[in-house]
Design a protein around this ligand. Structure first.
Ligand SMILES: Nc1nc2c(ncn2[C@@H]2O[C@H](COP(=O)(O)OP(=O)(O)O)[C@@H](O)[C@H]2O)c(=O)[nH]1
Ligand SMILES: [Ca+2]
Length: 456
């Protein structure tokens, strides 16, 4: 699989100077070579221009209301929080503009995370917001004092909060908003919200295709992306065949415009199909509010196991099939019940390769299928082989998690029976590209910057 390796300098050259109407030496070259998700402008004039009528697919996501970028500054920052179902993470991106006529480059990222995620504080929203504050304190150290007021801070929550009641989710978001308001950073309107599932997929697709250089030049070979979170999972790709567009339900397709290109992406977020939600579904415990005292058993767990598990603020008791069967075959059948017939299967993806991250990556690392630092290329059948190895040797397999068999079996079934991939489909397992996390947060930050005084 083609992997576009960028040097540190080139990493970012994504942001075109909107005023370079005529070719102007190196910056022009870079603009045509590495296009160009968005253009950040540095003067107040650009802020005015950015409020043009041009229709943008994400215009409701980050409504333009301020222009934080200082004409004189050549370094600036964007802070994006990912409030995921299993943890909260801060991504502090640094951008530089080497000179006024040059493109802005993504220079680097500071990343930190805490567990559990915000949804674990559903009944203690203040405590949840405290975890965000601790991460935000890092940004106080990372961002120079004179840029605090110009550095936007945004938090987007994903499936964990989508699954909470509206009231509990809003209470958490309100507390976080207060933390932001008390910080020295720029707090745009709508800075704390729940991210729509289809944006989650699209923004991750933008991140991966930007970092791998696929959004530049004429010969774009974009790659599809697979994200497996704790509570939801996303699949996103650019359909190549008219037939795919015809066969796809309308709500799986989203059009958006990016630097003179319009992309019509296939994207869908399956809520409740993240790895941890799938554990509950397999155990028969999903959607059960009151599970006190009930023991959930599965053939995917070690026979003698009896334990407790906390997820989304709820405690579950679970265990192995003491008398019954265990192993890959019965486990696969159990997991299949969760998946079968629930996902749309676009024919086109059977022959394509995809970038896969989050829990695909973590479980491949846990079972030595890939190296933690390097990642690697796997076939779908590698997950099945590992699942069999782990599930059929459960008592002997030395694993940090009793769920390893269930997780690998779920990943296998999700890929094969859920999305309809072949055994031979290639997956590029990736955690970082050029030291930048493969997360929807980078795509979201591009759009945040764009909404804050940026054209295109
Ligand atoms: N590569 C990468 N993986 C991440 C990042 N943040 C979270 N993850 C992975 O996402 C998974 C957890 O999903 P999470 O975001 O909590 O659940 P979601 O709300 O359902 O998406 C784990 O595998 C994490 O390692 C990130 O910044 N980069
Ligand atoms: Ca996630």
């Amino acid at each position: 699989m083609e992997h576009f390796l960028l040097g540190r300098r080139a990493t970012g050259a994504l942001i075109a100077d909107p005023y370079s109407a005529a070719p102007r030496g190196p910056s022009r070259m870079a603009a045509s070579r590495l296009p160009i998700l968005l253009a950040v402008a540095f003067s107040s004039l650009s802020c005015i221009l950015s409020h043009s009528n041009r229709e943008m697919w994400f215009q409701d996501l980050f409504p333009p209301n301020t222009c934080p970028i200082n004409a004189k500054a050549n370094t600036f920052y964007g802070i994006m929080f990912d409030a995921g179902s299993t943890g909260t993470r801060i991504h502090i991106y640094t951008f530089v503009q080497k000179s006024p006529e040059k493109l802005i480059e993504l220079e680097g990222e500071i990343f930190e995370s805490v567990k559990p995620g915000l949804s674990a504080y559903a009944d203690q929203p203040e405590k949840g917001a405290e975890t965000v504050k601790r991460l935000l304190d890092m940004a106080i150290d990372a961002v120079p004092r004179h840029l605090w007021k110009k550095t936007p801070v945004v938090l987007k929550a994903t499936a964990g909060l989508r699954l909470l009641s509206e009231e509990k989710a809003q209470a958490l978001l309100l507390e976080v908003r207060e933390v932001f308001e008390e910080s020295p950073f720029l707090v745009p309107e709508d800075s704390v919200s729940i991210l729509d599932g289809s944006y989650e997929g699209i923004l991750a697709w933008i991140t991966v295709n930007f970092l791998t250089g696929q959004l530049s030049g004429q010969n774009q070979h974009t790659v599809g992306t697979l994200d497996l979170g704790g509570a939801s999972t996303q699949i996103t790709f650019l359909p190549r065949f008219e037939e795919t567009l015809k066969q796809t339900p309308g709500d799986f397709l989203t059009s958006f415009e990016m630097f003179n290109s319009t992309y019509k992406l296939y994207t869908h977020s399956y809520l409740g199909f993240g790895l941890k939600a799938a554990r509950l579904a397999t155990l028969g415990a999903l959607d059960m509010e009151a599970v006190g005292g009930q023991m959930f058993r599965s053939s995917c767990l070690p026979k003698q196991l009896e334990a407790e598990w906390h997820f989304g603020g709820v405690k579950y008791q679970y265990g192995g099939n003491k008398q019954g069967e265990t192993g890959f075959k019965p486990c696969y059948l159990e997991v299949l019940k969760v998946i079968k017939g629930k996902l749309h299967q676009p024919d086109e993806i059977r022959g394509s390769s995809f970038y896969a991250f989050s829990y695909y990556y973590d479980r491949a690392v846990d079972t030595n299928l890939i190296d933690y630092e390097e990642g690697g290329v796997l076939e779908v059948r590698d997950f099945e082989r590992k699942a069999k190895e782990v599930c059929d040797n459960m008592e002997r397999y030395n694993s940090a998690s009793p769920f390893l068999c269930m997780d690998l079996t779920y990943i296998t079934a999700l890929l094969k029976e859920g999305f309809g991939f072949r055994d031979s489909t290639l997956l590029q397992l990736t955690k970082k590209v050029n030291n930048i996390e493969t997360s929807w947060t980078l795509g979201a930050t591009f759009h945040l910057l764009q909404s804050l005084g940026i054209t295109y």
